[in-house]
Design a protein around this ligand. Structure first.
Ligand code: NPW
Ligand code: ADP
Ligand code: K
Length: 466
């Protein structure tokens, strides 16, 4: 890497940081800005940003937390008219800049850092975090104790994983990236996020030569006597997700419901738990509402004996957790568990999975040899030897019964249209999350609304433009 004059990166970081703070303040002159300054370069960034705000007429006070303080940064702040203050200033601040720790932190925040983080959270001023909110592990999103809850996080050079994955993402607020000129020197990321343009590029679209079979036929083996709705929702997601045709195969009660809701679907009533005579499909969705009795187990075995990709969800995952041998097949498998289902599959603890979603989704992909989409407040997709894809769309209104069934239909339809498990899962999650936002629009949604909004989500990524 060509050498830059010492401190150049920090000066660029501070300039970007000060600009975001000035925007947030509206007027800088006369406003009270408090800097929380740790012992490393994260504190240095905060001090130099404080210098810039002081030169524009802000009252800037630095609360120093460590045994050391970035010397040149402190000198610059003092020369610009800033001062060192005690922690009582936090409560009165219009804006608090969190420069306690950044990527150099290890473990839970120690005192006095932890207490300062809590005081900042309780104060009325907006918090801008430098690089990552202090208390969030930048590489994983883990929060092991107290953490700053930021209005905005100004991150330097590259998005840190911890800003994309909960619980870190939940306390990062809006994330603003400052380009400090590292560009090509950044290492290959081990996480990635699809943009609307990426999804637009990946989505299959019918051409002149297309017919319903060539576009991709999805088989759906879902629903039972108890959960008939899961079959209806999965088929609905599949139809809206662009399958050329959907073949539903199942028992009487769900089959009747699917027929009634979706005249477009081709329904095969199964007398026996076998899909041998259902007709050709390019992919299967297996599991939503299927039940876990012997009949369901045999049907799962029959679907998994096919030579096309299979998406396994819900009861299908319970069956596989009890009989992992079902996963031994040549054709690709995509599983779509929530944390509880993954806990059963990995024989792990649900809370541990929630606390470290990335570690567990990677572990599941490696251990089970399948593509894994882990659902929840942050949806992540893992496949061996690929970066984990973190989904950036979605809304907490999606935490409603049946929305997962719709997701399996949408992602299944993308599989049937020829996308790989990795792309089908991540594009499916993106569109499902966007459809959830469009359907909710700030108010409760029902799962069927999400399926209905998928075409609008596809139109939105198409018109997002490069
Ligand atoms: N890299 C780059 O190119 C650029 C980097 N830049 C900036 O530098 C930041 C990284 O700076 P950094 O490496 O100095 O580490 P940093 O995050 O300030 O913290 C380390 C200090 O914190 C302490 N400490 C650690 N854990 C702790 C805990 N749990 N609880 C309490 N204290 C704890 C520990 O103190 P010690 O234990 O040694 O006393 C250590 O000295 C980066 O995030 C970005 O903002 C930009 O300027 C642009 C270019
Ligand atoms: N807090 C949340 N924020 C955003 N999305 C969520 C949240 N909770 C759940 N979801 C999403 O809602 C869907 C729920 O799926 P699932 O748990 O399978 O429910 P169900 O089995 O009732 O369909 C998933 O797509 C998941 O990612
Ligand atoms: K910080």
């Amino acid at each position: 890497m060509a050498r830059l004059p010492e401190g150049t990166l920090m000066q660029r970081a501070a300039t970007g940081l000060a600009a975001v703070c000035a925007d947030l303040l509206g007027r800088v002159y006369g406003r009270r800005v408090v800097l929380l300054v740790g012992s490393g370069d994260n504190g240095g960034d905060a001090l130099y940003a404080g210098e810039r705000l002081a030169r524009r007429g802000a009252w800037v006070g630095a609360v120093t937390a460590g045994a050391r303080t970035h010397e040149a940064g402190l000198r610059a702040l003092l020369e610009a008219g800033g001062r060192v203050v005690d922690r009582s200033a936090i409560a009165e601040a219009d804006l608090i800049i969190d420069g306690l720790v950044g990527i150099g932190a290890s473990g839970a925040l120690r005192e006095p850092y932890a207490g300062l983080a809590e005081e900042a959270n309780a104060a009325r001023g907006a918090i801008v975090a430098v690089d990552v909110p202090s208390g969030v592990d930048a590489s994983s999103g883990r929060v092991a104790g107290a953490a700053v809850r930021a209005r905005v996080t100004v991150t330097m050079g590259a998005y840190k994983t911890g800003l994309l994955v909960d619980p870190g993402a939940a306390v990062a607020g809006e994330v603003e990236l400052v380009d400090i000129g590292l560009g090509a020197y950044l290492p290959d990321p081990d996480v990635a996020a699809l943009t609307a343009n990426d999804v637009d590029d990946l989505l299959p679209r019918p051409g002149k030569e297309s017919d319903k079979y060539r576009r991709g036929v999805l088989g759906v083996a879902a629903g039972g006597d108890v959960f008939t709705g899961a079959a209806v929702l999965a088929v609905g997601g599949a139809l809206r997700g662009g399958a050329g045709m959907v073949r539903y195969a199942g028992r009487r009660a769900p089959a009747d419901q699917v027929r009634a809701h979706w005249p477009e679907a081709v329904v095969t009533l199964l007398d026996e738990p076998s899909v041998e005579h259902v007709g050709r499909v390019q992919a299967w969705v297996l599991g939503p509402g299927l039940g876990v009795d012997r009949w369901a187990h045999e049907l799962a075995a029959s679907v998994l004996a096919s030579n096309v990709p299979v998406l396994i969800d819900a009861d299908g995952l319970t069956l596989v957790a009890e009989d992992r041998g079902l996963l031994r097949r040549e054709a690709p498998v995509l599983i779509t568990p929530h944390a509880g289902e993954l806990a059963r599959l990995l024989r792990a603890d649900r809370d541990d999975i929630e606390a470290a979603r990335l570690d567990h989704v990677r572990r599941a992909a490696a251990e089970l040899g399948v593509t894994v989409l882990l659902k929840g407040s942050t949806t992540v997709v893992a496949e061996d030897a690929r970066p984990v894809r973190v989904n950036t769309t979605g809304t907490s209104w999606l935490a409603a019964g049946g929305t997962g069934d719709v997701l399996s239909g949408v992602a299944g339809a993308l599989l049937a249209q020829g996308l790989s498990c990795y792309d089908a899962a991540s594009c499916g999650a993106f569109l499902h999350g966007l459809a959830g936002r469009l359907a909710a629009d700030g108010a409760p949604l029902a799962a069927a609304d999400v399926a209905a909004a998928v075409p609008a989500a596809i139109r939105a990524v198409t018109s997002a433009g490069p």
